[in-house]
Structures are given as C-alpha cells and as structure tokens.
Design a protein. Structure first.
Length: 172
C-alpha cells in the first residue's frame, strides 16, 4: 500500500537544499510553475518600485523562501520584510510585512493552496497580481486561516502597503 509522506521544514531543507523550482506547502513538496518573461518582468518592476518607495524601511526579498512553521516554506515572488539581518535564518511570519504573488498561469494555485497557508501563518497582507485578468487582489486581516478583507484594484489604481500608510505603489 502506497503512503503519502509529509515533510517537516528541517527535513525539506536538508533533502532539497540547492534544488530549484520546489516549495514546501503544508508538509507537501510542490513543483513550481516555470517563470515566463512577462512574470519575470512584472516581478522585477515591482521589486524596483517597492525598493524605491520604501528605501531602507523594509527589505525587499524577491523569490526567496520564507519559513512558515510547522510545515511550509514557500517562495513568494516578493516578500516585504522587517529590516534586519537574515544571515543566520530565513524570515518567519513575524518578519513578514507583505507577500506578493504574481500569477500568470498559477492564479488558482496561489488562491486555493498558498493563500490559506499565508492566512493560517498570520501574514498580515498578501497581494495577488492576476496578470491574465489585469487585477491586483489585496488580502488583509487574516483570521482562522482566511483573509477577512479582500479588495480588487483595477489598472491605474495604486496599491498602499498596510504597514506603510501614504506610500503608493504602481502595478504591474
């Protein structure tokens, strides 16, 4: 009889160190979608805009892992982190101010799989940029594994990070 095996974060890091294109979500290893040119360009633009808007008030952490105990280590497209040294350990939920996921072909995966994990971890804000629908979904106020606030921004509307009132960021 075949059995599923669930990984812990430490075991995942040990076994998959140096392996690209995989992430740990709720104890299971997922192969990530390939990054196409449109996705890559949008991530680069958002990194530049967030860095310019926030300076050293936050660390812009592109396409790097974030530890979400007990069993997740996703690689969001962009994480906005509290400014500190992450030399010895990966950021945890307490360090995360905002996560950004850019969805070209992965919208359903990001909404159905990743978003609930982010909410359960208490990530205060997630931006889900739907490239095909040309919409920016802003999720805030996590409670019991769900985001209780959801706002949709249309082209031309700027986003304002929850932790930085008055800072306006153009997208994509």
């Amino acid at each position: 009889m075949a059995r599923r095996y669930r990984f812990g974060i430490e075991e995942f890091e040990r076994l998959f160190q140096g392996v690209t294109g995989v992430e740990l979500l709720d104890g299971e290893v997922y192969q990530m979608s390939p990054i196409g040119p449109k996705h890559a360009l949008v991530v680069a633009r958002m990194v530049k805009r967030l860095t310019e808007a926030l300076g050293d008030r936050a660390l812009v952490w592109p396409q790097n892992p974030v530890r979400l105990p007990p069993g997740s280590e996703p690689q969001p497209d962009i994480a906005l982190l509290k400014p500190k040294d992450y030399w010895e350990s990966l950021p945890t939920p307490e360090d995360v101010l905002l996560l950004v996921e850019v969805a070209d072909a992965s919208l359903e995966y990001d909404r159905e799989v990743k978003l609930p994990i982010y909410a359960q971890a208490g990530i205060p804000e997630v931006w889900l940029l739907d490239l095909q629908g040309n919409r920016l979904h802003v999720f805030r106020a996590p409670k019991e594994g769900l985001y209780t606030e959801h706002r949709v921004l249309l082209p031309g509307e700027e986003a304002e990070p929850l932790h930085f009132p008055g800072v306006r960021v153009a997208w994509p």
